[in-house]
Design a protein around this ligand. Sequence first.
Ligand code: PAP
Length: 295
Amino acid sequence: MHASFVPTPEDILLASFPKSGTTWLKALAFATLHRADHPPRAADHPLRRLNPHGCVKFLELDLGLPAQDPKGGASGVLATHLPYSLLGRRITAEESGCRIVYICRDPKDAFVSSWLFTKKNMDDAAAAAAAMDPDDDSPPSKANKALCTVEEVFELFCNGRSLYGPQWHHVVGYWEESRRNPHKVLFLRYEEMLEDPVSNVKKLAEFMGCPFSAGEEAAARDIVELCSLDTLRNMEVNRNGAQLLARNDGFFRKGVAGDWRNHMTPAMAARLDRIVQGQLQGSGFTFTIAAQATT
Ligand code: PAP
């Protein structure tokens, strides 16, 4: 589907490795771009009735599907999990004018988030199947037999075998392009956004060509508030709605940096850090916060 996508200079592409803050970035970019039509405090703001994935579509998944909200679908902002090397010249060429915002996250947290998301979806599917067939008394764990153990999935992740992986190549591909071409690719870090969301939203707005004016200080703060994990999580659509393959509540879990500590052993974390550091050697890039976290 994405081969048919022809970007215009107004288009913004939000790129990320899965479970790195995509949903948050979609919400922030959408709310920032459309703040004139949809003030963040408005009761009928699209983010109050649509999940961020309903407001900003995925290039490789949704294009060509009927949009849930035609206005949202035509917002000029799209998202992708594709690595930079697979985007295609129509997007990456300087002449396309299309700009890319990338969000990166500590690989340990992205891994844990992905594992828990998959597990939850499998549990939800098993519960839904059980509800449809109450006479089937096989234990729920039986329905989940297909799910690998966390150790097996971790092994694959460490070997670079994950959806859109290896994670570190994904990040470095966009990071290098952001260094070569800072007006084409804005590189954001999930952990830095947690620390100072308002500054990062201002940076995002500037890059997207819609900077906040001096009188818009409150609007920037209101957008951060509207798009915060707690606000989005508590909306009816995100408590009870669903996307094609997942319930919306699964997109809003803890939203912190360093939760890997609660789900990985120190040995697992040290191993992944070693692999990533080895792979990053010579690139000039570091997951600074990740490196600090295990020392
Ligand atoms: P996706 O790749 O399926 O779109 P993505 O949104 O990139 O998922 O990542 C989900 C993570 O972002 C979750 O992290 P966790 O599992 O470690 O908690 C989710 O909680 C977090 N997240 C979602 N929305 C927000 C938000 N508004 N603010 C901060 N973090 C968020």
